[in-house]
Design a protein around this ligand. Structure first.
Ligand SMILES: *Cc1c(COP(=O)(O)O)cnc(C)c1O
Length: 355
């Protein structure tokens, strides 16, 4: 607390990202990064642009990148917004598209940044409890609201929501923006992008951080009706005209065009997940059915915090989240098969120590 902080800053509760410590041989399974590298074509494009033109400002409208995204998803650039990571896209969407005459609705277990944005923008919100099996109770998303945001698959559970249920929400709230945060969609869920052609209140947000293995580049995008996109551009141009650097734009263009690379590295993560889940179940864990690059797990006989601490001693980081309802759960990112084996070996050792 400082006397220089204004009342807005004093009342903030900032998001706490997963640790990024600098430790040798550390196995990071705590922030859902890809264990594989990004497309070599993206790396080449980044190198070329860095060698060539960093003294110049980037294109403030990111026109070529937006055309590339539009072409990839069968739409036009006026339906596409890009930002410095999907976190920034989401922040602008909360700012531009959610109304403060009623609470914004989102799950009690979901991406912890949503309430943080509400705090920053002084936007009331309401947590909708997940069902007992951690699925989303779509019938609870009724009544007056300032807007709705749903992560699909849901953050921290990995459970996907069928498109028919998203459509139900879109029809029920035609005058409010419904954001579908698809940070993990490429790992096995169905994208709602096709619905943007029929619903002008739908904004679908994706990121290059997880499936494209480009968390360090900071690129996210949104697809929706031109009205929604224009609202986002108005906020962006009132905040930062150049959120995407030249390397970010060039790398993202090449990465999005390299669909074979994306398909290959996501298939590898899915295959490792399919092998890891039964191994964790054999160790006594309850594992939620995940369509993401992580699993949320619970052990009936061991405290989640104690397991996380013991893994840490073995240089393996997993995420023990502060959300009350999942206090006894751990979120574990899917690594390579070798990483999964190192994890299960460590867990076997922790859960049944040899004397
Ligand atoms: C990781 C994540 C994001 C943010 O991704 P960036 O593009 O890296 O900012 C957004 N939403 C969810 C649900 C995420 O898990």
């Amino acid at each position: 607390m400082s006397r220089f902080w204004n009342s807005r800053v004093r009342d903030l509760h900032p998001y706490v990202p997963g640790e990024q410590p600098n430790v040798a041989d550390l196995l990071k399974l705590n922030t859902n990064e890809s264990p594989y590298g990004p497309s070599p074509k993206a790396l080449a494009a980044i190198r070329d642009v860095a060698a060539d033109s960093l003294r110049l400002y980037p294109d403030p409208t990111a026109a070529t990148l937006r055309d590339t995204i539009a072409a990839r998803f069968g739409t036009t650039a006026d339906h596409v917004f890009v930002g410095n990571g999907s976190d920034e896209v989401l922040a602008h969407a909360f700012r531009a598209l959610f109304h403060d005459d009623a609470p914004v609705l989102f799950s009690d277990v979901t991406y912890a940044f949503y309430p943080v944005y509400c705090g920053l923008f002084e936007q009331p919100f309401h947590h909708i409890p997940l069902n007992d099996d951690f699925s989303i109770d779509i019938d609870a998303y009724t009544g007056a609201c300032g807007g709705i945001i749903i992560a699909n698959p849901n953050a921290n559970t990995g459970i996907p929501l069928p498109l028919e249920q998203i459509e139900t929400v879109l029809k029920r709230h035609p005058d409010r923006t419904v954001i579908i945060d698809e940070a993990y969609v490429d790992f096995g869920a169905q994208s709602a992008i096709e619905l943007t052609h029929r619903y002008d209140n739908l904004l679908v947000v994706q990121t290059l951080s997880k499936s494209y293995a480009l968390a360090g580049l900071r690129v996210g995008f949104a697809i929706g009706s031109p009205e929604l996109i224009e609202g986002l551009i108005r906020v962006k141009d009132s905040f930062n005209s150049y959120p995407l650097s030249r390397p970010a734009q060039a790398g993202a263009i090449a990465a999005i065009q390299d669909t074979d690379w994306l398909a290959d590295i996501t298939a590898r993560v899915i295959a490792s997940r399919d092998r890891l889940v039964p191994d964790l179940q054999n160790l006594g864990f309850q594992v939620l059915p995940s369509c993401a690059n992580f699993v949320l797990v619970h052990h009936p006989e061991h405290k989640a915090g104690a397991i996380a601490a013991a893994l840490r001693e073995r240089a393996i980081l997993v995420r023990h989240l502060s959300t009350p309802r999942i206090q006894d759960w751990l979120r574990i990112s899917i690594g390579t098969d070798e990483a999964c084996i190192r994890l299960t070996d460590a867990l076997r050792d922790i859960l049944s120590p040899r004397s």
